[in-house]
Design a protein around this ligand. Sequence first.
Ligand SMILES: Cc1ncc(COP(=O)(O)O)c(C=O)c1O
Length: 375
Amino acid sequence: MKLFDVYPLYDIEIARACGSRVYDKNGVEYLDMYGGHAVISIGHTNEHYVKRLNEQLAKIGFYSNSVIIPQQKELADLLGKLTGKDDYQLFLCNSGAEANENAMKLASFATGRKKIVAFRGSFHGRTSLAVAATDNAAIVAPANETSNVIFLPFNNIEALKALFAECGTEVAAVITEAIQGVGGIRIANNEFLKTIRTLCDVYGAKFIADGVQDGCGRTGNYFAHDSAGIKADIYTMAKGIGNGFPLAGLLISPDLKPKYGMLGTTFGGNHLACTAGIAVAEEMLAKDMVKNAAQMGEYLIGELSKLQNIKEVRGKGLMIGIELNEDYKWLRDKLLYTHKIFVGTAGKTIIRLLPALNITKEDCDRTIAAFKAEL
Ligand SMILES: Cc1ncc(COP(=O)(O)O)c(C=O)c1O
C-alpha cells in the first residue's frame, strides 16, 4: 500500500536518538535544533522517561475513561505545580488541534455564544473549528468554512476594541498564541494580551491561550502568555508535554463547570499517555529545565542577533525565529547536509529553532558557529 503523500520529506531515515542527537540508519549524527517540531522537551530517549513508560506498559497501557485512572490525577498535580495553576481543572486529549477544538467548544457551551475571535497569522490545528480559526485558507476545506470565526490583525488593540464594541456580547472566545509559531515567531505584546483579558471580562467571553507550541516551559515561563501577567480561562497544551507520546490537554479555570458528556475522547488520558506526561513533568521539575530554556534561549538570541546578512532574530527562550532577507531553503539545506543540524522553518524566509529544553551551551555554540559559517 502507498502512503498518502502529504509531507515533503528529507531523504533521511532516523533510526535512533539520544538527548538532542538523532542518528540516521547509516549512523550519521545530527544535532536536533528542531525538536521534531517543538515536541521533544526533555530530550530523545530520556532515561527516566523510557524507564517510566516501560514499567507502565508492562502493567497496563490503556483502559478507557470509564474507570479511575490514578495517573490522570498524578499528572494534574504535577502540572498544577509546574504551571502554578493548581486551582485549574485538567482535561486530557491527544493532539493540539483536539485541545483547541475542545477549548472553543467549551467556551461556546459555557457562554451559549457562537463567535470565535482569532488573529491573522494564527495556527490552531486542522480539525473543523481549529482549522477555521487558523489563518491559512489552503488548509480550510469547504466543509470547515464558517462565518462564526472573525479574524483580526494580530497585536492590533484598536481593532479588538472596535470588534467588541460592535458585537462583544456575541463572542464566545478569543483564541491566541502568545508567540505565533507557524506564523513566523511573532510575539504578542503584553498590552495586547491584557486588552484581550479585559475585553473578555467586560463582555463575558472566554480567553483561550493556545500554548500548544509556546507552552511547556519553552519560553522561560510555563506558558508564554504568563509574561503578560494575565490568566486565561483555558490554556491548551500538547507537543512538549508528552515528549513525543501523543498527549494533549486543557487547563480549565475553576469558573468553568464540567457536565457529564460535555467533552470526551477514547484515547485521551490513558495510562501510558499520562505516564509520559508524568515523566516529562518530573524531569522538568527535577532538572529545572524551564530555567535552562530561558538561559540558553537568551544566549542563542543574543549571539544570533549579531549575525550579518539577516533581517531579524525574534523569539523568547527556545522558540526562536531567524528571518532572512531571502528564501530560507539554501540555508536550511546547508545546516542540515553540511553541518548536520536539523532546524524548522516558517513562511518563506524564516528559520525556526525549537530544541529540547535541556539543550546544552555546547550545542548552542555548534549551532551559532554553523550560522556564522554560512552567513
Ligand atoms: C500553536 C499551535 N496550535 C495547535 C497546533 C496543532 O497541533 P497538532 O498538530 O498536535 O494538532 C499547532 C501545531 O503546530 C500549533 O503550533
